[in-house]
Design a protein around this ligand. Structure first.
Ligand code: ATP
Ligand code: MG
Length: 671
């Protein structure tokens, strides 16, 4: 039998690729070629006669799956042929994400679980409506548990494969008890609506396999080989689904890196990879040490940083490439200067240094960060795609405030008015609103005019009439402040009069969630302040058209992926597994990375996870890495001084490493 062409693989990689059966673990640091091993191994299996459609490979993101498909096609010399509709091509390996693969399985077998095969997949706002209905049914006082908190608690349970019965017995706080009683109803509610949420896709698949042996066997027998990338981030369900699918043939290859485990907060458990050899005692274990991705200088930085984590397996990460340009740490006056400078540099790289937009990425930690970069990139006409973060202007609270501003700017703007007419609630029930709309339609005038005509509203409930009065007053007050004073003050009045902060407190009482929602409103305030500072004659409509341009829809997720030659704006979480010649890590400040939540909690393990996230960010860079921070950053429109990220001190040798003199156990606890 011919051996696979191992050109392009080092000896341990070749060993892994040439291991054609049995359990196999590749545990190695960033950029050492783990994913390359997976793709070459798929190709090698095929060259050794395994039919492509007997191979299943699982990765974490759609982008990673797409890239892996391309790499395998290149290795096997598959030509991209246009086929007529309905014509089947040659068999191909299945390369997919866990969630997509589960959807495929569930579409076939959902009826066995009592769901229609055409089950709906609920997004966050669908989930919220259901949660609200359930809390009403439970007649809990509004202060006891908010819909969003119930959803977060339930999601935590689902990621840990805790079902409603068990949730009851492990709930400890009052909130958890309420959530546990809501959990069963929530599941019944989903079932009654023929729907699953995102967590269910994994959980229901796990349940399907554990309760229906014949279905499990049928699904497991579809593949002879299963390969899993980024195995350190599997949660309990993913781990068990993998086991179910491989127990019979035992041909399971997993690759991963414990230093890149960054999803503990979502139920991932690094012990799955660390105890692989216990699960599969005859597993072959391969270690890789050479990093082919990054320059020596970038790697040195990554190694120095990750060494600050006390609990980790000592892995060697050696640069294969020469030292290269030193990574830069750049300070900017404020966040505006940071965004302007980074984008100006990017523009220069593209225009003068022949660097392709797709070879550049900007990595950020929080959802508030990309707005300024988006604006600058648009201004300079640099194509970009954003993944892993809800676009800022899509967030519910931002949409609400912007809708208010649009309505204040143009009271006849009915879409905006109807969005905010009873948000926050002010006695204008659905029924009253329906009546107003009907009358507006009958008279052929805008709703706001109907609301201003005493005769047309005479028969509304007293509560509705009070609501209309409140809106009129709000509009008058804000308009007055806008024309006599600044826009900042107008916005302030708007937030006061609507008591929007109370609305957020009412909707969310998990402190993190509340903080993040408030932070996005703070970002609107920042945007207003920045707009006013920049324009000689600022006015509301000017501001609104500015943000309309910035918020213009980029098209669907699929279009984004098709639009390949664009600068990548990514969260560090979404960047896992990817690589870019040029990387900017922005907002390197305490409170951003590490995230404020983890600083406040003061738990070492939380900081350690943030440090791993920073390590993931650094190790994405191939040639040039720039880390930047702003010396002041606006919070609620006011510039505030910042502190450089503690990780910057660690990287530059300005912080004491408690592990320096602690000799790690030799050959220490390798699984
Ligand atoms: P991560 O931990 O970030 O997921 P990884 O271990 O999966 O990284 P890969 O993405 O597979 O690493 O490889 C990193 C880079 O190094 C890729 O560009 C890959 O093509 C290259 N590479 C890997 N092995 C070799 C090799 N033996 N010779 C040349 N280049 C290699
Ligand atoms: Mg990889």
């Amino acid at each position: 039998m011919s051996t696979f062409d191992v050109a392009g693989l080092n000896p341990p990689q070749a060993e892994a690729v040439q291991t054609l059966s049995g359990p196999l673990l590749v545990l190695a640091g960033a950029g050492t070629g783990k994913t390359r091993v997976v793709t070459f191994r798929i190709a090698n299996l095929i060259k050794h006669g395994v039919s492509p459609d007997r191979i299943l490979a699982v990765t974490f993101t759609n982008k990673a799956a797409g890239e892996m498909q391309d790499r395998v096609a290149d290795l096997l010399g598959y030509k991209k042929q246009k086929r007529k509709r309905g014509q089947k091509g040659p068999p191909k390996p299945t390369i997919s994400t866990f969630h997509a693969q589960c959807v495929k399985i569930l579409r076939e077998h959902a009826p066995a679980l009592g769901f229609p095969a055409t089950f709906a997949i609920y997004d966050r706002s669908d989930q919220e409506s259901l949660a609200r209905a359930i809390l009403r049914e439970l007649r809990l006082p509004n202060t006891a548990l908010k819909p969003n908190d119930m959803l977060s608690i339930i999601s935590g349970w689902k990621s840990a494969s805790v079902f409603p019965e068990e949730a009851m017995s492990i709930a400890s706080t009052d909130k958890e008890h309420f959530a546990a009683s809501g959990y069963r109803r929530y599941q019944n509610g989903l079932r009654a609506r023929g729907a699953m949420d995102f967590d269910d896709l994994l959980l229901q698949t796990e349940m399907l396999f554990s309760e229906h042996a014949e279905i499990r066997d049928r699904e497991a027998s579809k593949y002879d080989h299963v390969l899993v990338d980024e195995y350190q981030d599997t949660n309990g369900s993913q781990y068990r689904i993998t086991k179910f699918l491989t127990e019979a043939h035992r041909n399971l290859c997993v690759v991963g890196d414990d230093d890149q485990s960054i999803y503990a907060w979502r139920g991932a458990d690094v012990s799955h990879i660390l105890s692989f050899s216990k699960d599969w005692p005859d597993a072959k274990v391969v270690w890789l040490e050479d990093n082919y991705r990054s320059t020596g200088a970038i790697l040195e930085m990554a190694n120095t940083l990750i060494d600050f984590n006390t609990v980790r397996h000592d892995k060697v990460l050696k640069p294969y490439r020469p030292s290269g340009k030193r990574p830069r740490i750049v300070q900017h006056k404020d966040e505006q200067a940071e965004a302007e400078t980074v984008v100006r540099e990017i523009k220069h790289l593209i225009d003068n240094e022949h660097i392709q937009p797709k070879d550049i990425s900007i990595l950020f930690r929080t959802n508030e960060q990309p707005r300024l970069f988006e604006t600058e990139l648009r201004k300079h006409d640099v194509p970009y795609v954003m993944l892993g973060s809800q676009s800022f202007f899509d967030r519910r609270e931002v949409r609400d405030i912007v809708a208010y501003l649009k309505w204040i700017n143009q009271p006849d703007d009915e879409i905006s008015l109807l969005r905010v007419i009873n948000t926050p609630a002010r006695g204008l029930s659905n029924k009253s609103v329906r009546m107003l709309i009907d009358r507006a339609v009958a008279k052929g005038i805008p709703v706001w005019q109907v609301m201003n005509d005493p005769e047309s509203v005479a028969d509304l409930t007293p509560a509705a009439l009070r609501g209309i009065d409140q809106l009129k007053q709000l509009l008058g007050d804000v308009q007055q402040r806008l024309s006599n004073e600044t826009m900042r003050e107008g916005l302030e009045t708007l937030l006061q009069r609507t008591a929007y902060a109370d609305e957020i407190a009412r909707l969310y009482d998990q402190p993190d969630e509340r903080e993040s929602r408030m932070a996005s409103i703070g970002e609107v305030a920042n945007a207003v302040a920045a707009y006013e500072d920049k324009n000689e004659e600022p006015d509301l409509s000017g501001f609104l058209s500015d943000i309309a341009l910035a918020g213009r829809e980029m098209g669907s997720e699929k279009d984004k992926l098709a639009m390949k030659n664009a600068v990548w704006l990514l969260t560090m979480h979404a960047a896992k597994g990817l690589e870019f010649p040029v990387v900017y890590m922005v907002g390197m400040e305490d409170g951003i990375l590490p995230h404020s939540r983890t600083l406040k909690g003061g738990m070492d393990e939380d900081i350690a996870e943030e440090r791993r996230l920073c390590y993931v960010g650094i190790t994405r860079a191939q040639d040039q890495l720039t880390m930047s921070l702003a010396l002041t950053r606006r919070k609620w429109g006011k510039p505030r001084p910042t502190k450089p990220s503690m990780f910057l001190y660690e990287i530059t040798g300005q912080a004491d490493n408690p592990n320096k003199y602690r000799k790690r156990k030799q050959g220490a606890p390798r699984p």
